[in-house]
Design a protein around this ligand. Structure first.
Ligand SMILES: NC(=O)c1ccc[n+]([C@@H]2O[C@H](COP(=O)([O-])OP(=O)(O)OC[C@H]3O[C@@H](n4cnc5c(N)ncnc54)[C@H](O)[C@@H]3O)[C@@H](O)[C@H]2O)c1
Ligand SMILES: [Zn+2]
Length: 257
């Protein structure tokens, strides 16, 4: 709704002011902020769109009281993403308060939403059009995540579940590059597990996932570009990640059962 109405506001009479009032956790921490608006057409997601910022984003966490668990969880994956790439204090808060957050405790939600909204706003104000490799960091977990969604025919995993698994594969890759310790990969896996998100890929073969990968927007030509972690709360871009390494990391996360 936010993407479509934002796009309509952008093109109606060549642009009218509008306000975003997001009612899902995902929209409150992500979609309503950053000015990306658009509609999906049958050929591709977000094929028609524009950058068009709202005058105001009005967030009320009380709205989330009626949001179902699946929608909450899908957004939690993006919340974990923000913490992993930019905010080690938020990461610790998510570790310490998962029960409260899952119960939709209002002060906890307020804390988390404000923190995430600030991170997204800061990143977007530094690199609105994704030209400096800063906004790209928001794609942590999405390279493999998008491949998982596509490989399962957009029916197997929700976006959040796919992103959770994608973050773990990216963390495993980060460890292979000796950027982060095994212990930190384990912390991420434990956090994802505590929120009830998956940590193992089930029902999709390695080949299918790899086949689905080159279509990711971050694959510029033959180059395989990944967002990796240097630490909890600190991410970087890595170009030319070889397929052999991606396959090794994926294999580790594919359930043997
Ligand atoms: N523009 C961006 O930067 C950006 C970023 C991330 C995602 N997106 C887009 O956002 C879309 C997903 O949006 P979304 O996650 O906000 O979900 P949504 O609008 O698809 O809503 C999900 C479901 O929750 C219900 N719902 C919404 N608010 C509710 C509430 N308060 N209580 C009970 N039920 C409620 C809706 O009716 C719907 O069934 C996707 O199309 C995605 O591509 C855009
Ligand atoms: Zn996402």
């Amino acid at each position: 709704v936010g993407d479509t109405s934002g796009f309509l506001a952008a093109i109606f009479k060549r642009g009218i002011p509008y306000i975003q009032i997001p009612t899902t956790l995902l929209a409150q921490v992500d979609a309503a902020i950053g000015g990306k608006t658009g509609v999906d057409v049958k050929e591709a997601k977000n094929l028609l769109g524009s950058f068009y910022h709202p005058r105001l984003v009005l967030i009320d966490p009380l709205l989330l009281k009626t949001l179902n668990k699946a929608q909450m969880l899908s957004a939690i994956a993006e919340v974990i993403k923000y913490a992993a790439i930019k905010d080690k204090h938020l990461f610790k808060y998510l570790e310490d308060n998962f029960a409260k957050i899952l119960q939709k405790d209002l002060p906890s939600l307020e804390f988390v939403i404000l923190r995430c909204a600030k991170i997204k706003a800061r990143i977007v104000s530094q690199d609105e059009r994704e030209k400096k490799g800063i906004r790209t960091l928001l794609n942590f977990g999405h390279t493999i995540g998008h491949a998982l969604e596509a490989a399962s025919g957009y029916a197997g995993y929700s976006h959040g579940e796919a992103v959770a698994l994608g973050m773990l594969v990216a963390a495993d890759l980060s460890h292979k590059y000796r950027l982060i310790s095994q212990e930190k990969v384990f912390r991420l896996a434990q956090l994802i597990k505590n929120y009830g998100l998956p940590t193992l890929i089930k029902g999709i073969t390695l080949e299918k996932i790899i086949q689905a990968m080159p279509y990711d927007k971050k694959f510029q030509g033959e180059k395989t570009r990944f967002v990796l972690l240097k630490d909890i709360g600190c991410a970087c871009l890595k170009n030319n990640v070889p397929y052999s390494l991606i396959k090794e990391a994926l294999a580790k996360r594919i359930s043997k059962k």
